[in-house]
Design a protein around this ligand. Structure first.
Ligand code: F0G
Length: 364
C-alpha cells in the first residue's frame, strides 16, 4: 500500500474528470464524500402514495458536514495558487472545514464568527484545528462583508462559497446520488442558508444530465427557517433569528443562483418554524436512527409539513406523482450542536446497580 493512495478516496480523486483540477493541483483531502444515501421507510410512509424517501447523510464527512466537499477543492486550489493563509466567515461548519483542511495543508486559517451564535461543537472544532478565531459583534452577513473587504486588500484567499471552487466540490454530492440511485431523483429537498449548496447540487444534476448519466432533473425544493427567510420573502432580513444557527443568514451570497435553481427545476422555496425544525430533528433520530443538527432537520421538517396532515399549498410536494423518489440532504451531524440536543434530555431515571431494581423500574 502506498502512502499516496491511502488518502486517495476523497472527492477530488473520485470525481477528478468533472472538476477544475490538473496534475499541478496539490490534493488536500481527508477522504471526504462518499456519504451514505439512506432509505428511510418511516419517512416514506408519511409521504405515502408509493413514494420512497432517501436521506443523504452529510454529517458523516470528516468534519461532520457537507462543507468538506467544497473545502477540499477550495484549499487545494488556494495551495496551487500559492496561498499561505485563508479566511472565511461562518455560522460554524464552514469554519470547521476550513480550519481542518488548512491544518492538513499546513497553511494559516482565520475565521470570523458571529459572537455567541456558534454551536459549541463547531466552535471547539475551530480551536482544535488551530485556526485563528475572531468573534464579530454582528451576524454572519456582517462577517461575510468583512471577509470580502479583507480579501480585497490582503494576500489571504477567501474560502467562503463566493469562491467558485467551493460549489464545484459540493456538486459532487449530486453525482453520488445519481450513481447510487442509477438516475436523478424526482425531488430534492434541502435547507437553505447562504444558498450555495442548493446551487451546487443543481449544477451537479445538470452536468450529469448533460452527459447522459441521468435521464431527468429533480425539482429542487429549499427550506429556510421562518425567522431567517430572505429568499422566501424576497427581501434582506436585517436581524435573522432561528434556533438553527447554521442557517441564521439574512442576505445569502448565492441568492440569485439558488432562486434560478428552484425556478428552473420547477421547485420552490418554503419556510419551517423553529418548532417544526426541532420536532423533525427529534423524530428523525428516534424513528430512523439519524441524528442531525437543527439546520439539517429543516429539510425533514419541510417534507413533513408539506406531506403530513398539515399540508401546505405553496410547494409542489403534495402534487408529486405516485412512486416518486425524494432525496433530502441532511447537511450536518447532530453532535455539532450539543446545547440544542441536550434540551431534549428528559428526567434521567436512576437505579441501584442491581438487576431486580432495574426490572422493577422498567415494569412501572
Ligand atoms: N446546513 C448546515 C449544517 C450548514 O452549516 C449550512 C451553511 C447550511 C445547511 C446551508 O447551506 O449556506 O449553502 O445554503 N452553513 C454555512 C457555514 C453558512 O458558515 O457553515 P448554504
Amino acid at each position: 500500500m502506498s502512502l499516496t493512495t491511502l488518502h486517495d478516496r476523497g472527492v477530488i480523486a473520485r470525481w477528478r474528470a468533472h472538476l477544475p483540477v490538473s496534475e499541478k493541483t496539490p490534493v488536500i483531502s481527508l477522504n471526504e464524500g462518499s456519504t451514505p444515501l439512506i432509505h428511510t421507510p418511516r419517512l416514506s410512509a408519511i409521504v405515502g402514495r408509493g413514494c420512497e424517501v432517501f436521506v443523504k447523510y452529510e454529517g458523516l464527512n470528516p468534519t461532520g458536514s457537507f462543507k468538506d466537499r467544497g473545502m477540499t477543492m477550495a484549499i487545494s486550489k488556494a495551495c496551487e495558487q500559492g496561498a499561505k493563509a485563508v479566511i472565511c466567515a461562518s455560522t460554524g461548519n464552514t469554519s470547521a472545514a476550513a480550519a481542518a483542511y488548512a491544518a492538513r495543508a499546513g497553511i494559516a486559517c482565520i475565521v470570523l464568527l458571529p459572537a455567541g451564535k456558534i454551536a459549541l461543537g463547531k466552535l471547539a472544532q475551530a480551536f482544535m484545528y488551530g485556526s485563528k478565531v475572531v468573534a464579530i459583534e454582528g451576524n454572519f452577513d456582517d462577517a461575510l462583508r468583512l471577509v470580502r473587504e479583507i480579501g480585497e486588500t490582503e494576500p489571504i484567499a477567501i474560502v467562503n462559497s463566493i469562491n467558485p471552487f467551493r460549489l464545484e466540490g459540493q456538486k459532487t454530492a449530486a453525482f453520488e446520488i445519481i450513481e447510487t440511485l442509477g438516475d436523478a431523483p424526482d425531488v430534492h429537498i434541502m435547507p437553505v442558508g447562504n444558498a450555495g449548496n442548493i446551487s451546487a447540487y443543481w449544477m451537479g444534476y445538470r452536468e450529469f444530465h448533460a452527459i447522459g448519466r441521468a435521464t431527468r432533473l429533480p425539482k429542487m425544493i429549499g427550506y429556510q427557517a421562518a425567522g431567517s427567510a430572505p429568499i422566501y420573502h424576497n427581501r434582506i432580513v436585517e436581524k435573522p433569528e432561528t434556533v438553527a444557527t447554521a442557517i441564521r443568514i439574512g442576505n445569502p451570497a448565492s441568492w440569485e443562483k439558488a432562486t434560478a435553481a428552484m425556478r428552473d427545476s420547477g421547485g420552490a422555496v418554503d419556510i419551517v418554524t423553529d418548532e417544526q425544525i426541532l420536532s423533525a430533528q427529534a423524530w428523525l433520530a428516534s424513528h430512523e436512527g439519524i441524528f442531525v443538527e437543527p439546520a439539517s432537520a429543516a429539510s425533514i421538517a419541510g417534507l413533513m409539513k408539506c406531506c403530513g396532515q398539515d399540508r401546505c399549498t405553496t410547494c409542489p410536494l403534495p402534487a408529486i406523482p405516485e412512486g416518486s423518489r425524494i432525496v433530502c440532504t441532511v447537511t450536518g451531524h447532530g453532535l455539532k450542536d450539543p446545547d440544542v440536543a441536550s434540551k431534549q434530555i428528559g428526567n434521567i431515571t436512576t437505579a441501584k446497580a442491581d438487576k431486580r431494581a432495574i426490572l422493577d423500574l422498567l415494569a412501572t
